[in-house]
Design a protein around this ligand. Structure first.
Ligand SMILES: [Zn+2]
Ligand SMILES: [Zn+2]
Length: 133
């Protein structure tokens, strides 16, 4: 249904499912991992994600012991995160999707930690804390 790639194009993914909802996380780990105010992710069943090119470029970083953040070791693009105790699910960074994404924001998490310069202007559900994406 969608294709995705990192900035250098070395890693190409195929997403074989619809993506109705995007979840936004404002926690500090996500801010640092993206170099921005928040991360926008979509949970996708692992079986619906195919790495069609560049598996060897995929690098992993564990900011917490239970969750890996996978990124391109050539260009640094964040690709997805995955919790070790939830191996059937990845959390795709939706900015790497190539096609226009027809999705709605489902919620904002960790709004207590949001960037001071960023104002949340929509009316979607807000969680002061939550499970980090
Ligand atoms: Zn890359
Ligand atoms: Zn987070």
């Amino acid at each position: 249904m969608y294709t995705a790639s990192c900035l250098c194009g070395g890693i190409q993914l195929k997403i074989n499912t619809e993506i109705p909802h995007v979840f936004v996380c404002h926690c500090q780990q996500c801010q640092k991992a993206q170099g921005s105010a928040f991360v926008a992710i979509a949970p996708i069943e692992t079986k619906n994600v195919e790495i069609v090119k560049g598996q060897e470029l995929c690098s992993e970083y564990y900011a917490t012991t239970n969750k890996k953040r996978v990124f391109c070791k050539s260009c640094g693009s964040p690709l997805f995160s995955a919790r070790l105790d939830l191996p059937d699910l990845i959390r795709l960074r939706v900015g790497i999707i190539n096609e226009p994404l027809k999705a709605e924001i489902a919620s904002h998490a960790f709004t207590d930690y949001k960037a001071a310069w960023f104002e949340i202007l929509d009316d979607h559900v807000k969680f002061k804390e939550a499970i980090c994406e």
